[in-house]
Design a protein around this ligand. Structure first.
Ligand SMILES: Nc1nc2c(ncn2[C@@H]2O[C@H](COP(=O)(O)OP(=O)(O)OP(=O)(O)O)[C@@H](O)[C@H]2O)c(=O)[nH]1
Ligand SMILES: [Mg+2]
Ligand SMILES: [Zn+2]
Length: 331
């Protein structure tokens, strides 16, 4: 029989979480991980137990502390009410599509992010960059997973376009329906590891989860023939267990990923541009018509791609950070 510690470790429990629980608290409460958030209930799993709690219990928690998928909650052993959400290793969030002033939590306590995109007309470098910015902002290791290699005439072109975004970026290309093809992803899915899948609708996130689990449990749906977009088949965020003990967090395809407070992530993904901008004559250069602009010079010399600079400026403007540069010391 599994010990409680073993069972928790398989759910992703580690020192970072246990260190947050005092001895008295450990006597009164037990930890559970949030497996899924539905409209009417939250599914949780603990050592040897799986159950749902009603969302009304949210009231018992401070507002900032609402649980999201991947969170660890402490549950009072007697009342079976959650007492608090444990501090997170990391938290994915975005601006809510309906209200830009609000943030929406996507997932917590993730070890690896699979950024899923497909090798068809839906492929977009700008979108991949957005997800990469998010991964860097959150501090989670990203892996770009390009699906539908079987449908592409020149799959290598998609891989090259993805690799060009960032030196050293991990890019895997798969037929998401083929177990042998997706086996390259198993390295990130070890016991107790949590992998979140993000990407547009129809790119094949749920298909990957099904294939990696060797089951057909999760609903998938063909994309629209007209424009290659998905049908928003998955509607909730949910963790799925792999036989080897890892966890895949499937999410609904996003129409748009509006970043929230992503200045750090933007600076990391576009560090090549920021490095060049340090040579602009003016520290507040907007890289428009200022004299001595190193960005414009690099574009005309062909060392920076103007499309990439445009995409950087768009993201930076959207994020509300100065598209110029933090002030630096000049000689
Ligand atoms: N040919 C081919 N089809 C694929 C591949 N991966 C996924 N598909 C198909 O693409 C369609 C969409 O796949 P889903 O897994 O539903 O996509 P999703 O990303 O989960 O979409 P949402 O749940 O709407 O976000 C399905 O018909 C899959 O069979 C692949 O590698 N090759
Ligand atoms: Mg899906
Ligand atoms: Zn400039």
């Amino acid at each position: 029989m599994k010990s409680t510690e073993q069972a928790l470790a398989e759910l992703g429990w580690r020192a970072f979480f246990s260190e947050q629980v005092s001895v008295e608290e450990a006597l009164q409460c037990h930890p559970v991980r949030v497996m899924a958030v539905h409209r009417g209930k939250i599914d949780v799993a603990g050592a040897g137990s799986q159950y749902s709690i009603a969302p009304y219990i949210h009231d018992a928690l401070p507002t900032d502390d609402h649980p999201t998928v991947g969170d660890w909650l402490l549950i009072d052993k007697v009342s079976l009410q959650p007492t608090r959400v444990l501090r997170r290793l990391n938290l994915f969030k975005r601006r809510a599509p309906a209200d830009a002033r609000k943030e929406q939590m996507i997932a917590a306590n993730v070890d690896t992010l699979f950024i899923v995109a497909s090798c068809n007309q839906d492929f977009s470098v700008a979108r991949l960059e957005r997800y990469l910015v998010l991964a860097h902002e959150v501090g989670v290791n990203p892996v770009v997973v390009l699906t539908k290699t079987d449908l592409a005439d020149a799959p290598d072109a998609f891989v090259a376009a993805a690799r060009a975004i960032e030196p050293g970026l991990r890019v895997e290309i798969v037929d998401g329906r083929d177990p042998a093809s997706v086996s390259c992803l198993a390295t990130w899915c070890g016991k107790g590891e949590t992998v979140a899948l993000l990407g547009s609708s129809g790119v094949g996130k749920s298909t990957l989860v099904n294939t990696l689990r060797g089951s057909e449990d999760i609903a998938t749906q063909p994309i629209r023939a007209t424009d290659g977009t998905g049908r928003h088949t998955t509607t909730g965020r949910e963790m799925h267990r792999l036989e080897g003990g890892g966890w895949l967090l499937d999410t609904p395809g996003m129409r748009e990923l509006q970043l929230a407070d992503a200045a750090t992530g933007i600076a990391e993904v576009f560090d090549d541009i920021l490095l060049v901008a340090q040579d602009c004559r003016f520290s507040d250069c907007a890289h428009g018509s200022e004299p001595g602009c190193a960005i414009r010079a690099a574009i005309s010399e062909g060392t920076l791609a103007s499309e990439r600079v445009d995409r950087w400026r768009r993201l930076a403007a959207e994020d509300g950070v100065d598209a110029g540069l933090p002030a630096k010391r000049r000689r």
